[in-house]
Write a protein that binds this ligand. Structure first.
Ligand code: SAH
Ligand code: MG
Length: 221
């Protein structure tokens, strides 16, 4: 672990203490994920709050999430929806999806959240073909090698002025020029995309620094 990271953890704890306290449903979701053997790769509470704020700022009524895990980020996002809002979250692993559905139910969000099981690329292709209503926000957080393909499927599914968010885009690999990780390829594709205005916002987690790549869709600007 790089030397600065234990200190970054203290900064994260400060943000969480003041602005991102978990309630019982969020804590129970994390505990359930650990009990069910899911990897601990969910967003931090402080990043969950950032997602929640971005959803509120864009007045999101329809949110698309790619990579559900146990529904931890799903809960932070769905809580920003109005009562008639909808979040569709895509997950490959049926066990992860089961854990997520229970956590979403405990949080009282079953009416607003739909978990779709299967390879996200296939689900996204079906959504594109079936004339799915456009989303106000999309959060990409599944297998990193899929990010660039997800980007090309997701941008047409997001409304003009909507947000596309890419998680884990400021890992230590960004300092290694030779590395060609999925998230680095995603960041390059986003930077070159003619219809996206973007930057990476650093975020803190218990393991140290990472980032959320935030894009707004502005076609032909
Ligand atoms: N957004 C979650 C974390 C997601 S972890 C949170 O912060 O709480 C990444 C998830 O993507 C895992 O659950 C994994 O099973 C899922 N995943 C991996 N490959 C996938 C694919 N091809 N399609 C859909 N989901 C996939
Ligand atoms: Mg992530």
């Amino acid at each position: 672990m790089p030397e600065h990271q234990p200190i970054l953890h203290e900064y994260d704890a400060y943000i969480s203490r003041h602005f991102a306290q978990e309630d019982a449903a969020l804590t129970a979701a994390r505990e359930d994920m650990a009990r069910e053997g899911l990897p601990r790769i969910n967003v931090s509470a402080s990043e969950g709050k950032l997602l929640h704020l971005l959803a509120l700022m864009s007045e999101a009524e329809r949110i698309l999430e790619i990579g559900t895990l146990g529904g931890y980020s799903t809960i932070w996002l769905a809580r920003a929806l109005p009562p008639h809002g909808k979040l569709i979250t895509l997950e490959l692993d049926a066990h992860h999806a089961d854990v997520a559905r229970k956590n979403i139910e405990r949080a009282g969000l079953t009416a607003q959240v739909e978990v779709r099981v299967g390879p996200a690329l296939e689900t996204l292709s079906r959504m594109g073909a079936s004339g799915e209503a456009l989303f106000d926000m999309a959060f990409i957080d599944a297998d990193k090698d899929g990010y660039v393909d997800y980007l090309h499927k997701v941008v047409p599914l997001v409304r003009e002025g909507g947000l596309v968010l890419g998680d884990n885009t400021l890992s230590d690999e960004v300092l290694d020029e030779a590395a060609t990780s999925g998230t680095k390829r995603y960041s390059s594709a986003v930077a070159d995309h003619p219809d996206l205005v973007s930057t990476i916002v650093p975020v803190l987690r218990s393991q140290g620094i990472d980032g959320l790549l935030i894009s707004i869709k502005r076609t032909g600007r």
